[in-house]
Design a protein around this ligand. Structure first.
Ligand code: NI
Ligand code: MN
Length: 228
């Protein structure tokens, strides 16, 4: 078996693992860089890091069409259920985990904010560590740099998917510090080049990663795939 992770643009990903399709933060139809429409995606699970529209815009439509289970911070999951008609939700909170058919999913801390598109309270923002049979992946979600990343790094992370856009999240410079703490084998940048405020030079970032950390940077094109 393999686990493949496709970057759909911004912080949206499509994961195929153990016969399951997992989406992370699907934001497609209003995403200026995405080329895949929400209507064209299938899903068994949808993982949500927080309530901002650039992470949840297409969650409900995909979940309601496919029957996918929405995994999200408690308050965000409750909002999808009560306000968006999503039938299957799995509510996690920070530090908590659950074993799903493709592996173990744990909700990690993130220093950010979280409100739902209608202004409802979204609970705490989060990230995820997913332990697939083929390797462990850390999705930072939207976050600032934080020192507890060092603790996550003790778990042998094969791949870290980090925001590098700056402005709303940590930028390239802090992402280098994050990589030093996390010590992943590989690192993929995300949450950049969607709009002008978060434009970044990914190749320049990659050369910094190579010279300053022990991780291998993997810069994906939109719809590019990395395999565990
Ligand atoms: Ni956000
Ligand atoms: Mn965001």
């Amino acid at each position: 078996m393999t686990t493949t992770i496709k970057w759909l643009g911004h912080y949206s990903f499509e994961i195929k693992s153990q016969g399951q399709t997992i989406l992370v933060d699907p934001f497609l139809n209003d995403n200026p860089v995405a080329t895949v429409a929400a209507e064209d995606l299938e899903a068994d699970y949808i993982l949500v890091t927080h309530g901002h529209a650039d992470h949840v815009a297409d969650v409900a439509s995909i979940a309601n069409r496919t029957g996918a289970t929405v995994v999200a911070p408690v308050e965000a999951a409750g909002w999808f259920q009560s306000q968006q008609g999503v039938e299957n939700t799995l509510q996690l909170n920070l530090g908590g985990g659950v074993t799903l058919p493709f592996g173990h999913v744990r909700m990690t801390i993130a220093h950010h904010s979280s409100s739902m598109p209608d202004g409802s309270y979204g609970g705490n923002p989060a990230g995820y560590i997913i332990s697939f049979p083929e390797g462990r992946v850390y999705f930072s979600g939207d976050t600032a740099l934080f020192l507890e990343m060092e603790l996550y790094g003790r778990e042998a992370i094969d791949l870290a998917i980090l925001c590098i856009g700056d402005h709303f999240t940590m930028g390239p410079k802090d992402s280098i510090e994050a990589i030093k703490l996390l010590q992943p084998a590989k690192v993929v940048p995300a949450h950049y080049n969607t709009w002008p405020p978060i434009e970044q030079d990914a190749e320049q970032w990659a050369s910094q990663v190579e010279s300053l950390t022990s991780a291998t940077p993997v810069v994906l094109e939109v719809n590019g795939v990395i395999e565990l």
